[in-house]
Design a protein around this ligand. Structure first.
Ligand code: FAS
Ligand code: PHB
Length: 390
């Protein structure tokens, strides 16, 4: 088979790249090792930056998002006895939108199936000849047929556990990693959210987050030890921990049937460069942020916006300057999101071995961000998404 761009991975990065390229009249083939049902059901991110919403809308995949997405003009920061709102429009004239990644992926899969080939359930994926001008993606398709996809460019959008990053010789790769001594246990529950906007709560027992997916579905998280297992946490234990950690006089946490429960480890990870020859990495294939800053999905979108523009300039005008600049351009934003996500995580989570001095530092930071307009504006502009040009 032959195409202009071979895309590995049908997550947000791979699917959005395929859409942006199709809109530019550039052919691509997307290959994915999971089923359609699996990728569309994978519970992940929930918060979209305004510019992510704008990009999806401009790309023609934002209709349902515009109808069902929930615009949020702020978040609450909480610590025992106090809850403060960070007012995004007042501080940085931007908002965010709550719309589950599962829904983004469904919208993008539907668009992709109309635009071009999308192979689900493949296996044995490999990237070869990336140092030549005829790189290839080899794989076995769902029918067990060995395939060779010849491309002009390969986009590695296959996430943290994919094969693309490994196709860059280890001697040429630099990785930075911080594994946090805690994880998030997340639940989906069929219950009306107990808040209009997200609550990020610091508590001596550990962090808690109240998010949501719709007016009838809540999404909540509690900080747990990374060694804990989902079966260690009954629904009642989760609800008790959430109620304790987000307690506030006059406020009640509504509970309801838990429909999904999972534990996500927390790490910061950056791998560079994000390009080797004709192979370009985007999204979690190149970087992972802890979800505290709601950056993961939005960072994947930002990578793909830059990469789509670079590939289009190459395909249409034989320009290589944007391709050559891609890794540096994308990595600059990756580090800004990595720092912000680390900062939000460090401010809100008690680590094992935290002492009263650590607690006071975190509480002082929370009070400062909640009461200083300048400090709050810094959080607001990062959380809602700095302009793509920075
Ligand atoms: P993805 O991992 O989404 O997609 C990669 C795709 O490549 C997958 O479909 C995978 O099946 C496929 N693939 C992998 N190996 C392959 C191979 N060899 N051949 C073919 N295909 C292959 N972000 C937030 O902002 N907020 C959150 O709350 C949040 N929660 C998360 C919870 C979990 C458990 C995880 C893992 C991530 C979470 N994230 C969150 C981050 C997440 O949203 C990612 O940033 C986002 O999915 C990045 O999208 P992609 O780069 O497309 O990677
Ligand atoms: C979510 O709704 O899943 C969510 C929201 C904000 C975060 C992380 C996760 O920071």
């Amino acid at each position: 088979m032959r195409t202009q761009v071979g895309i590995i991975g049908a997550g947000p990065a791979g699917l959005l790249l395929a859409r942006l390229l199709a809109n530019a009249g550039i052919d691509s083939v997307v290959v994915e090792n999971r089923s359609r049902e699996y990728v569309e059901a994978r519970i992940r991110a929930g918060v979209l930056e305004q510019q992510t919403v704008d990009l999806l809308t401009e790309a023609g995949v934002g209709d349902r998002l515009q109808r069902q997405g929930l615009r949020h003009d702020g978040i609450y920061l909480q610590w025992p006895g106090e809850r403060h709102r960070i007012d995004f429009p007042a501080l940085c004239d931007r908002s965010v939108w709550v719309y589950g990644q599962t829904e983004v992926v469904k919208d993008l899969v539907n668009a992709r199936l109309a635009d071009g080939p999308l192979f689900f359930d493949i296996s044995d994926t490999a990237v070869v000849d990336v140092e030549t001008d005829r790189p290839k993606v080899t794989f076995t398709d769902a029918d067990g047929v060995a395939r060779v996809l010849e491309c002009d460019v390969v986009a590695g959008c296959d996430g943290f556990h994919g094969v693309s990053r490994q196709a860059i010789p280890e001697a040429l790769r630099t990785t930075f990693e911080r594994v946090y001594p805690f994880a998030w246990l997340g639940i989906l529950a069929d219950v009306e959210p107990s808040t209009d906007e997200l609550i990020y709560a610091w508590h001596p027992d550990g962090f808690a987050l109240h998010s949501m997916r719709s007016p009838t579905v809540s999404r909540l998280y509690v900080q747990v030890d990374p060694s804990e297992k989902v079966e260690d946490w009954s629904d009642d234990r989760v609800w008790d921990a959430l109620a304790t950690r987000m307690a506030l006089p006059g406020w009640t946490l509504r509970s309801g049937p838990v429909t999904e429960k999972s534990i996500t480890p927390m790490r910061s990870f950056v791998s560079g460069p994000m390009r080797h020859g004709r192979l370009f990495l985007a999204g979690d294939a190149a970087h992972i942020v802890p979800p505290t800053g709601a950056k993961g999905l939005n960072l994947a979108v930002a990578d793909v916006k830059v990469l789509a523009e670079a590939i289009t300039a190459f395909a249409k005008e034989q320009r290589t300057d944007l391709l050559d600049a891609y890794s540096d351009t994308a990595t600059r934003r990756v580090w800004r999101a990595t720092h912000f996500s680390w900062w939000m995580t460090s401010m809100l989570h008690r680590s094992p071995g935290s002492d009263p001095f650590d607690d006071q530092l975190q509480l002082s930071q929370l009070r400062y961000v909640s009461t200083s307009e300048r400090a709050a504006a810094s959080l607001a502009e990062n959380y809602t998404g700095l302009p793509y040009t920075t």
